[in-house]
Each structure stands twice: as C-alpha cells, then as structure tokens.
Design a protein around this ligand. Structure first.
Ligand code: TYM
Length: 385
C-alpha cells in the first residue's frame, strides 16, 4: 500500500525500512545503542524497544560528548486546532531524558505560525489557546529550568530573523520544492518557514541533536547542506516511528478524531472508556482466545504498554507471553492499561498546576532563557566535515 510522509501529512501504512532508504537516514545499531548506554548510564525504554529506531550522526554526537566538546538538544511543537495527545509527548519525554542524562542545554521551538501557513487552521486566533496549553504540557514534563529555552516564533522572531535570512539565502526554490513537495498553491510563508525551523540549530557552536518523529527529517536534511556554509555544525537526529491510534495497528493517533486519541486535557474516566473500546490483538471469542492465544504484535493495547505504560522489560515480556498462550484475556489487560493511563493523566494534570511558573522560567527568566533574549547570530567561516 502506498504511504506518504511529509512534515504536514502522514498517510497510509508506513514502511519504515523503505522510508529509511528514501530519506537516507541510518538505523540505530546495537553497537550504537551500547555506546549511548555507556554515555547515558542506562537506556530509555523507547530506545531499548526500538521506537526511536533511526538517526543521523548520533555517533558524532557521542564522539563530541566523549571528547568533551558537548552537544545541545533541540525539538519543537507546532500548535494547531486541537490540543496535544499523549503521543505528542513522546519526543519531549525522550528529549527530557537526554537532557537529564547528559546535562545539556535544550531548545524548544513553538512555531505558532506553521499550522496557519500550512492551512491546517483558519486563523491565528484559533491557534492561540493551544499555544498556551501546549507550552504548559511541555513545561510540566520537568525540563531543567536553567538549561531550557522555550520560545514561540511570533515573539522571538526579532532575534531569529537575521539567522533565518542567512539560512534562506542558501536554499533555492527547486531544492525546497524537491524536499517538501511545494506546489503552485503553497503559501509563500510556508516556503520560507523551513529557514526558521533551521535557525535553532545555530543557537550554539556545537552539534545539535534533534529527537523527533521521522516526518521532521526533511527540514534537517536541508540544514545539513546549509549549516557548514555558515560555519556551524550539521545537525544530528534521533528519529522515532509514529504512535498508533486507538483504532488499530499502524493507524494515526489524531487529536481531531477523538476516538483515536487520548488527549492530555481529557477527563481520565473518558480516556479509560476509550481504552476499553480500543482495537486489540485478541480473538473473536474468549473461548478462541484461550485456545489459540492473542497477538501482541498487532495489539494497540500492547503497543501502549510498550511505549509508556510498562517500563519493566521482564513484566512486558511476561505480558506478551501470557497473551500468546491464551492465559491473559483482553478484558483484564485493557482494564489494567486503562487504570495506568488514568493515573498518568491525573498526575500530568496535577503537574500542570505548577507548569505556569516553570514555563515562565524557561521562556523568560531562567538562566538560558535570559541569555537567549540577547542572542545574536553571526555567520562564521565555512566548516569542513
Ligand atoms: P508537530 O507539532 O507536528 O509534532 C510535534 C512533534 O511530535 C512528533 N510527532 C509524532 N511522534 C510520534 N507519533 C506521532 N503520531 C507524531 N506526530 C507528531 C513530531 O515529529 C514532532 O517531533 N514542524 C514541527 C515543529 C517543530 C519541530 C522542531 C519538531 C519546530 N522545530 C524541531 C521537531 C524538531 C511540527 O509541526 O511538529
């Protein structure tokens, strides 16, 4: 089946092996994981279980770290018409974990114009409420307030514009068209926007590492052509697959289709109800399931245990075994997940109460934020890599 992956649209069943080849990224090898584990003093389950599965230059990041040059983290979220769902938290959780393990600066971009330019929303006002909510959801994850800078484009543009102009001059329209599939109806704002998404990779004179899903790679492919010309580092990337929606394996979790998604601001009881209705790898009847066993490979419930709700590897393996053998039926398995998801939402919503204060520090008066409000871009002599 045909699929399409662009930064603005993911359609169809994604063939990740093919995508790795098409995009020209690399799979994360066991050897690289071991090296990351040595540097980080452990491995996050999302890495151990292969959800973050591909990369660019992760080996160079680890070399920079091992040799004392360090690196920095950069990621982002474009607010849209709907609030964030639980899957949207994943790149931020990964980023937070890397920040904690390596103690590095982290930049979080909130492009509050992107979905408007991509014509995903009708007015900037529609986005406004979600800008605030998304920032709070991210701030609630507990980034280091003195080493994290969260900024929205419409506010920080004065500091970024000079760098964006330098970046934009090095990208011609035929390249942008080939990379993003721009066409005659694309707004000229969206055609310029990639220059802005590249700017934070130039915030420090060190290698950036970007944790995100693989849909964002096209931006950073361009960055890797441009950055050396401006005397800066090519960015590295740590790339994930896409989370499954509740209605089936390989389907999209989409905040605008409520039955497919667990929204971060929803009533935990409602979230539990959706989990109880989710697609499983179970059989048509209990009797069949006891006799033939279920299939965790295609089960949305198991997918969510493995992503966020069962950190212990042996408990996860035991769950898969019990499912396959027919000992564990879908009812109790779903009920347990529903109760973990409920607990997660209650806890997240509790942390949101303190997030306003945290967000202010990370946007304006924490150590890194205060420095960034004086940041000035200077092009350097071109770099060889
Ligand atoms: P946005 O808001 O579409 O997505 C935010 C982040 O979530 C990832 N993502 C997903 N991850 C797993 N499963 C999914 N179904 C899923 N959908 C989205 C995205 O890859 C992204 O990491 N242009 C960006 C905003 C941005 C950005 C960045 C992202 C600005 N600078 C730097 C990453 C890195 C956007 O529209 O993201």
């Amino acid at each position: 089946m045909r699929y399409e992956v662009t930064p603005w649209e993911v359609r169809g069943q994604v063939d990740y092996d093919r995508l790795v080849k098409e995009f020209g990224v690399s799979k994360i090898t066991e050897e690289l994981l071991e090296r990351l584990e040595r540097g980080a003093g452990g491995l996050h389950p999302l890495l151990r279980r292969g959800f973050f599965f591909a990369h660019r230059d992760l080996d160079a990041v680890l070399r920079d770290y091992e040799e004392g040059r360090g690196f920095f983290l950069y990621t982002g979220r474009a607010p849209g018409r709907s609030p964030m769902h639980i899957g949207h938290l994943i790149p931020f959780m990964m980023t937070r974990w890397l920040q904690e393990r390596f103690g590095v600066n982290t930049y979080i971009m909130i492009p509050d114009e992107e979905k408007f330019l991509a014509k995903k929303v009708e007015s900037l006002d529609d986005v406004e409420e979600n800008v605030r909510r998304d920032i709070l959801n991210i701030a609630a994850l507990g980034f280091d307030e003195d080493k994290t800078f969260i900024f929205r484009d419409t506010e920080f543009i004065g500091r970024m514009y000079r760098a964006a102009v330098h970046v934009a001059r090095h990208i011609n329209f035929s390249t942008a068209k080939a990379v993003f599939g721009f066409h005659g109806e694309t707004s000229i704002g969206l055609i310029f926007y990639p220059a802005l998404q590249i700017v934070p990779t130039l915030f420090e004179h060190r290698r950036p590492l970007i944790p995100c899903a693989i849909d964002q790679d096209p931006y950073f492919r361009l960055q890797r052509d441009v950055a050396p010309k401006l005397g800066y580092y090519k960015t590295a990337e740590l790339l994930s697959k896409f989370v499954w929606g509740l209605l089936g394996p390989g389907t999209k979790m989409s905040a605008s289709e409520p039955e497919t998604a667990i929204l971060l601001n929803e009533d935990p009881e409602e979230a539990a109800r959706k989990i109880m209705n989710a697609f499983t790898g179970g059989r048509a009847t209990k009797e069949e399931q006891r006799r033939l066993g279920g299939n965790p490979e295609v089960c949305v419930i198991y997918h969510w245990y493995s992503l966020l709700f069962e950190p212990d590897d042996s408990s996860l393996a035991e769950r898969a075994r019990a499912c396959r053998s027919g000992e564990l039926l879908c009812g109790p398995c779903k009920r347990e997940l529903a109760s973990r998801v409920k607990r997660f939402l209650v806890e997240h919503q509790r942390r949101l109460k303190d997030a306003e204060r945290r967000a202010r520090r990370m946007m304006y008066d924490g150590k890194l934020a205060s420095e960034m409000w004086n940041w000035e871009f200077k092009p350097r002599r071109p770099r060889e890599e």
